[in-house]
Ligand binder design. Structure first.
Ligand code: NAD
Ligand code: TDX
Length: 343
């Protein structure tokens, strides 16, 4: 029997990877707008941070440090839960180009362990995926990927994400697992790790470093505020059709150089205050998703449609939360410098 996940009932949701960027924003929303309790399982890799969950009520949020590849641990947590939402991943393309092992382990094997638990305990599973599974689009077009587009991942990261999506579909078809998948464009907002494009450039400017643009900066990304991603996942969990994938996007496709120029303008730096550095190998040209069917089926649409305003709030968040990122900054930039030197 399908378990219906309702926001106004007391339910227990396991959030894998809940100490990361999107997972922690998801948990804040869950606590705010539902009656659910949350069990977080997170390995606390370099990308996980307990501070991301600061201030949440301890009677509704339990934290377990652990690996999603650890079957016994996952089973012990999942057996009394109503749903698993899986954000746990190695999530950075640049890292996957230099050390792909952890990506295979967490993104593929971790998904396997979690969907097996969902199967064993007959609970709902939601899988968090990315537009990158479709590969890229030419820059000079306005086409978008749809659910009918073939999977053509380009980087080691996106190949592992594509593999995980296929596992989920196979477990739905072969074993009737009650799963859904969301496929989302690039996110921005509070608590994003400073290795990623937008927070890296903001924190560069806040520490008198020059922003770093890969290649010519013409590559295009579609940007969705993390709050809109989280609301989309809530809609899918509570009213999505089992077995389906849903595309989540904003229509806000911008070249990297345009995003950087906006950051420079908001932070009052000259528009040419950046360095062009060596390009990412295999750098995907453009991402874009057509989320028309998600919008009509789930009555979801992005609320943060003003990218400049969202970016301004995000810059403000990094200004107000220097303690959250400052200790990491030198290390992150040293790692970038080392990778650049070795390529
Ligand atoms: P993140 O790197 O900020 O967080 C990942 C979290 O997973 C961290 O807390 C980390 O400690 C945890 N983790 C890693 N390996 C683990 C393991 N083996 N066991 C348990 N926990 C582990 O990532 P994010 O940006 O929040 O992304 C979350 C999900 O959303 C990922 O699946 C990513 O592919 C997907 N996604 C991200 C974006 C984006 O723009 N950030 C866009 C679309 C989809
Ligand atoms: O310093 C930089 N300079 C730069 O020009 C960095 C870190 C990135 N870039 C470029 C590369 C990309 O074209 O900016 C763009 C965005 O880069 P990332 O923040 O690394 O994101 P991307 O590779 O697009 O992937 C992101 O969106 C899809 C997330 O990291 C993934 O987890 C998600 O699946």
């Amino acid at each position: 029997m399908t378990k219906i996940i309702q926001s106004d009932r007391s339910q227990t949701v396991v959030v894998a990877g809940g100490a990361g960027f999107i997972g922690s924003n998801f948990i804040r929303t869950v606590i705010e707008i539902t009656q659910w309790s949350v069990i977080v399982i997170d390995k606390l890799t370099y990308a996980g941070n307990l501070l991301n969950l600061d201030g949440l009520p301890s009677d509704r949020v339990r934290f377990v440090v652990g690996d999603v590849c650890d079957k016994e641990l996952v089973d012990s947590i999942a057996k009394n839960a109503d749903a698993i939402v899986n954000f746990a991943a190695e999530s950075h393309n640049d890292r996957s180009l230099y050390a792909a092992g952890p990506f295979l382990k967490t993104n593929v094997e971790g998904t396997f362990v979690l969907i097996e638990a969902a199967r064993r305990f007959h609970i709902r599973y939601h899988h968090v995926s990315t537009d990158e599974v479709y590969g890229d689009l030419p820059i000079e077009t306005d086409t978008s990927f749809t659910l009918a587009s073939p999977y053509r991942p380009s980087s080691p990261y996106s190949a592992t994400k594509a593999a995980a999506d296929h596992l989920v579909s196979a477990w739905v078809r072969s074993f009737g697992v009650q799963a859904t998948t969301s496929i989302c464009v690039n996110n921005y907002g509070p608590y994003q790790h400073i290795e990623k494009f937008i927070p890296r450039q903001i924190t560069n400017l806040l520490t008198t470093r020059r922003p770093k643009l890969y290649g010519t900066g013409r590559n295009v990304r579609e940007w969705l505020h993390v709050y809109d991603h989280v609301f989309g996942i809530m809609k899918i969990l509570t009213s999505g059709q089992i077995g389906k994938s849903y595309l989540l996007s904003s229509g806000l496709g911008l070249s990297n150089i345009d995003v950087l120029r906006l950051i420079l303008e908001i932070m009052e730096f000259p528009e040419d205050y950046f360095d062009c550095v060596i390009d990412r190998p295999g750098h995907d040209r453009r991402y874009a998703l057509d989320s028309t069917s998600t919008k009509s089926e789930l009555n979801w649409s992005p609320r943060y449609s003003d990218f400049r305003a969202g970016l301004k709030d995000t810059i403000q968040w990094y200004k107000e939360n220097v303690d959250w990122w400052i200790e990491n900054k030198r290390n992150v930039e040293e790692q970038y410098a080392r990778r650049e030197a070795s390529s």
